[in-house]
Unconditional design. Structure first.
Length: 157
């Protein structure tokens, strides 16, 4: 009986052992990003390196540099990698980043920028839509099919 309990306990803990770390510390000498207030978009983006250069540290790095990935699922745009934020309605990226939205829901959605600042994806269930952000600023977007999918933004530093 004790052996069976030990095996069950070991199996119950297995997902915790295999789960990725929530936070990896930045490499030696790299400043931590400033948490800051989400409403304040005028900051330096979370710490300056030598000469005042902005140091960008994504919450979850993408395998390919210069990319940020979001998934469109469950009536939300979910951050996967490449954004300073790990979750939420805001994705902060450095200039020149290509943002890729992947559609993975049973319902049709779209990605439509406010004021047509970066176009729109068209309605779809699968596939991707992408845009490379070259100019600093805040780019609002949402799904025109689902009003609850509004208020999202890409913030380019």
């Amino acid at each position: 009986m004790k052996r069976r309990l030990a095996v069950l306990l070991g199996l119950a803990c297995l997902p915790l052992l295999l789960a990725p770390k929530c936070f990896d510390p930045p490499p030696e000498g790299l400043p931590l990003p400033d948490a800051g207030d989400d409403a304040d978009l005028s900051g330096d983006g979370g710490g300056a390196g030598e000469g005042g250069a902005v140091v960008f540290v994504p919450a979850v790095p993408c395998a390919q540099p210069g990319i940020a990935r979001l998934t469109v699922v469950d009536t939300a745009y979910q951050v996967q990698c490449g954004c300073r934020e790990g979750t939420g309605k805001r994705c902060t990226i450095p200039r020149g980043t290509r943002v890729i939205w992947s559609f993975a829901d049973a319902e049709e959605h779209n990605v439509a920028s406010e004021g047509d600042r970066f176009g729109a994806s068209g309605e779809r269930l699968t596939g991707t839509y992408s845009h490379t952000f070259e100019q600093p600023g805040r780019y609002g977007y949402g799904c025109t099919i689902h009003t609850e999918m509004s208020g999202y933004s890409i913030v380019v530093e």
